[in-house]
Design a protein around this ligand. Sequence first.
Ligand code: SF4
Length: 282
Amino acid sequence: MKPKAYRSELSPDWCPGCGNFGIVAALTRAFAELGLSPERAVLVSGIGCSAKTVHYLRSYGLHTLHGRGLPVAQGIKLARPELTVVALAGDGDGMGIGAGHFVGAGRRNVDLTYLLFNNQVYGMTKGQAAPTLDFGARPKGLARPNPQGPVHPLWLAFASGYTFIARGFAFDLAGLAGLIAEAIRHPGLAFVDVLQPCPTYNDLHTREWFAERVYDLGATGYDPAAGDVAAFAEKAGEWGERIPVGVFWRRRRPTFGEVLGAPAEGDPLARAEGLLAAHHLG
Ligand code: SF4
């Protein structure tokens, strides 16, 4: 299938120039590259501008509660391991109210992909500071400079046990599509932090601001599979004049599904499987 064939008939209502358009384009490219059938893929979101993504693709989609996309996504994957599951969240959704689930998911290593739409503001509610906004930054929706320090998504993913950690840029379509495809292929919990400009409320970190700074980490000879924690910490922390994008960390350890094995007759996961089958999830 061509990337456009994965799009639903609905037109996004995002603001013109929103980075979300780039992410949807990259997601459909990745699905096409992998040859995924829409009925074998499930997108799961929480609440926010990013959460609407599930409506704009022809795959199955669940638009859940604020910060709760990850637990639902993990449940789907455990009950129906043959499906490709992609969870997505904004930085407020994922790093704020959903932060506990983000950490817990890393401990389990369920085989799914998690995309963070990171624009550093709460776009849907008029641009308040999100957990990833730099200390002292003042995008136009704030009455005063941000008095809180930021959560660092890549470091938090590492500390939580994610087995694939990457960062992409929403308007580098080819690069982001490649990262998403790699994340989906990875056997385990894969995290992609996507730099997603919000032109309506973040006038500091614009498309142009990122485009001048991002560079390909892979082109520097960095090896994400080397297990070099110090190199990971240094590269993941690089921010400002130069911002690396690419794969920062990759390792293999048993997924939660492999550890648990197939659900036995009568256990809750087996019942969930029957319930999902009854709702025609594949
Ligand atoms: Fe995109 Fe920001 Fe508009 Fe939301 S408010 S749709 S994140 S540009």
